[in-house]
Design a protein. Structure first.
Length: 70
């Protein structure tokens, strides 16, 4: 295991949140921008969800399906 990973595992939950915040803020804004296709798809998905917010699959069910053996 890398030294960095060991250091991270030894942080408190509050320190980990602060670290995540610092890493997130250090990312270049261009690296976080969406392509036009991604933005269009995201808008489409948000609109579908807003039209029928109860039409969702709980994460637990999705996860169980991902690891289900055929």
């Amino acid at each position: 295991m890398s030294n960095l990973r060991i250091q991270i595992e030894n942080l408190s939950a509050t320190e980990k949140v602060e670290l995540l915040d610092a890493v997130w803020e250090s990312l270049d804004a261009d690296a976080l921008s969406l392509t036009e296709a991604q933005s269009t798809e995201l808008d489409y998905r948000i609109a579908r969800h807003e039209q029928n917010p109860s039409d969702v699959i709980p994460w637990e069910q999705v996860r169980a399906g991902l690891f289900k053996k055929p």
